[in-house]
Design a protein around this ligand. Structure first.
Ligand code: G6P
Length: 609
């Protein structure tokens, strides 16, 4: 989604802004722009790729500037709607949504301001300009103006002839980068690694002033924040290599193949232990996880599918009832609060607006036992929860989530084992067995990745199809949902995931020779039932693509294509079975020539509702 970079430094900051925007491209965007001071304002904007903006900015030199990648919310993707938005020598970039923009716009129109875009952001620019009339200080004006905004925002503001940049955040991420030769701000640490590793994460309500040689931060209550006492300086451990493509063509491809190491890094947290410790989830975990009556998992997208798998594990291993809900539904539903329930937020980015709001909603209802399973330390969701488990997938750039998903599954399996132990439902031998199976995952996933050539050979048969159906049963049903999501996200083929037993209650009507049916068929207790479901497809002329285990038995028949995973993996099998589906969607997208890492209309971090 939208990205912000801002810089004030003794070096030429134009290349820094452009490089920062390039680093933020993965979040998803449709247009980009920069505003720099020389010392008057120059604004450049373009629809499409950052490379086009870079070409326009060639030769520009400045020491003070703000930049933005936009993912359209208010107003179509176009140059006039691209940020920065200006108001007489003042420029603003903004992530988030201003909910009361229409009302403010009326007021500003009445005061004589002329609007040149359809965005909510332009309202912020004029509002600060208007506030400056009675208060010449930019910092004070931003404070007073933002106090009138309702909604979520991260903004960066500059104005002609002013030596300072002002940034503010409320409900959307923003961090400061402390450099040797200046100070910087961005919505994501990866944009600033090029100039510094020293970062301060701003909190909601913070407003900061950046000068070349100084920064100051004022918190929500209006008090000056002391650095590092009130706002710690973090040394980012992200490496520039983590966000480089290296030998790969696409980030999604790189991230699929990084899964063995992402899992291994995440599982380092348990080392060679034979038993789990609740402390894995934080110091308060032993107390918070004890005596649990139920678990509620909240998430969106792929993270929601990880939650659906976890429900099978938690109920089977720990005997604790578990419900899983889409965060955007839960946050507005009149649900029944249960303070004894553990609320688990799953999020790769830790920024997803609905997931964050759903946790706040649960807390507001007195549900204080909260756990974040997240890939980004210091993210808003991590900070909102009492307990945390940080997956170590490394930065995930491709919009379609892959390695974040499998590491989330590893974390959730550890949670299930921990809850089972707390409930006294595991023998020492069973517990050690589950941990050993987890530790073997990186090797097992590596073997599944070796199926790539066979999957690639299948991909060509999907590229001309309009629809596809994914079937699974039991704890592989969520994997069918995830397989369908992957295919639609990056290849734009309409795909649906179904529990195989539900086939005859509707989707069977769609099956014909033009509708490929992909089935996950591990050798588990439901295999024979699944085979009967597949017969129903074959009888209607459907083409079946089956991902089976090495030891699943299938009779050869026309229209049935079977690929076997090397190992049969029991409870953790969903972690393996999702991998061929990721590869399938990747290769179908390659054949179709779609933009794999930045699929149309989608964003990596969904920081708006
Ligand atoms: C977006 C991304 C998905 C992701 C979902 C939830 O839709 O494109 O890949 O699964 O958001 O994101 P989160 O960061 O909360 O896991």
């Amino acid at each position: 989604m939208c990205g912000i970079v801002a810089a004030t430094a003794s070096r030429n900051i134009v290349p820094v802004l452009i490089e920062g925007l390039t680093r933020l491209e993965y979040r998803g965007y449709d247009s980009a722009g920069i505003a720099v001071l020389n010392p008057t304002l120059t604004r450049l904007r373009s629809v499409g790729r950052v490379a086009e903006l870079a070409a326009q900015a060639e030769g520009q030199v400045a020491h003070h500037g703000i930049a933005h990648t936009r993912w359209a919310t208010h107003g179509v993707p176009s140059e006039r709607n691209a940020h920065p938005h200006v108001s007489a020598g003042l420029a603003v970039v903004h992530n988030g949504i201003i909910e009361n923009y229409a009302e403010l716009k009326q007021e500003l129109l009445a005061a004589g301001y002329v609007f040149t875009s359809d965005t909510d952001t332009e309202v912020i620019a004029h509002l600060i300009q208007e506030t400056l009339k009675s208060d010449g200080d930019l910092f004070a004006a931003v404070r007073r103006a933002t106090a009138r905004l309702i909604g979520a925002y991260a903004i960066a503001v500059l104005r002609e002839w002013d030596e300072s940049l002002v940034v503010a955040r409320h409900g959307a991420p923003l961090l400061l980068g402390l450099g040797e030769d200046g100070n910087y701000a961005a919505s994501d640490a990866s944009a600033l690694l090029q100039v510094t590793r020293r970062m301060i994460y701003l909190e909601d309500g913070d407003i900061a002033e950046l000068r070349r040689d100084a920064i100051r931060i004022v918190g929500a209550g209006g008090t000056a924040m002391r650095i590092p006492e009130d706002r710690a300086v973090h040394e980012s451990t992200l490496s520039a290599d983590d966000v480089e493509l290296g030998e790969y063509t696409h980030y999604m491809q790189k991230e699929i193949f990084e899964q063995p190491q992402a899992l291994a890094a995440t599982l380092e947290l348990i080392g060679g232990a034979q038993a789990v410790s609740p402390n894995l989830f934080g110091v308060a975990a032993p107390e918070m996880l004890s005596g649990l009556r139920s678990v509620l998992i909240l998430a969106c997208g792929t993270s929601f599918h990880a939650g659906l798998v976890a429900r099978y594990w938690i109920e089977q291993l720990a005997g604790v009832p578990c419900s899983v809900e889409i965060a955007s539904e839960y946050r507005y539903r009149a649900s029944v609060a249960n303070p004894e329930q553990l609320v688990v937020a799953i999020s790769q980015s830790g920024e997803t607006a609905d997931t964050l709001a759903s946790i706040k909603h649960a807390k507001a209802q007195g549900m204080g036992r909260t756990l974040a399973i997240c890939n980004v330390p210091e993210s808003a969701i991590v900070r909102e929860c009492a307990l945390r488990f940080l997956t170590r997938a490394g930065p995930e750039i491709g919009v379609a989530s892959t390695k974040a998903f499998t590491t989330q599954l590893a974390a959730l399996f550890l949670l299930a084992v921990t809850l089972a132990r707390q409930a006294g439902r595991l023998s020492a031998e069973q517990e050690a067995g589950h941990l050993a199976a987890l530790r073997h995952l990186p090797v097992a996933v590596q073997k599944v990745l070796a199926l790539e050539p066979a999957i690639k050979a299948w991909a060509g048969r999907f590229a001309d199809k309009q629809h596809a159906l994914f079937l699974g049963r039991g704890h592989h049903y969520p994997i069918a949902l995830e397989g369908a999501l992957k295919l639609k996200e990056i290849s734009y083929i309409h795909a649906e995931g179904y529990p195989a037993g539900e086939l005859k209650h509707g989707p069977l009507a769609l099956v014909d020779k033009n509708m490929p049916v992909i089935s996950i068929a591990p050798n588990d207790a439901l295999l024979e039932k699944l085979k009967s479901n597949l017969k129903e497809v074959a009888a209607r002329g459907g083409e079946l693509y089956v991902f089976a285990d090495a030891d699943s038995v299938f009779d050869e028949e026309a229209g049935l294509h079977v690929l076997r995973l090397p190992e049969h993996y029991g409870l953790l099998s969903p972690v393996l079975h999702v991998v061929p589906l990721q590869l399938l969607s990747y290769h179908v997208a390659l054949v179709k020539g779609t933009d794999v890492d930045k699929p149309r209309n989608l964003a990596k971090s969904v920081t708006v509702e």
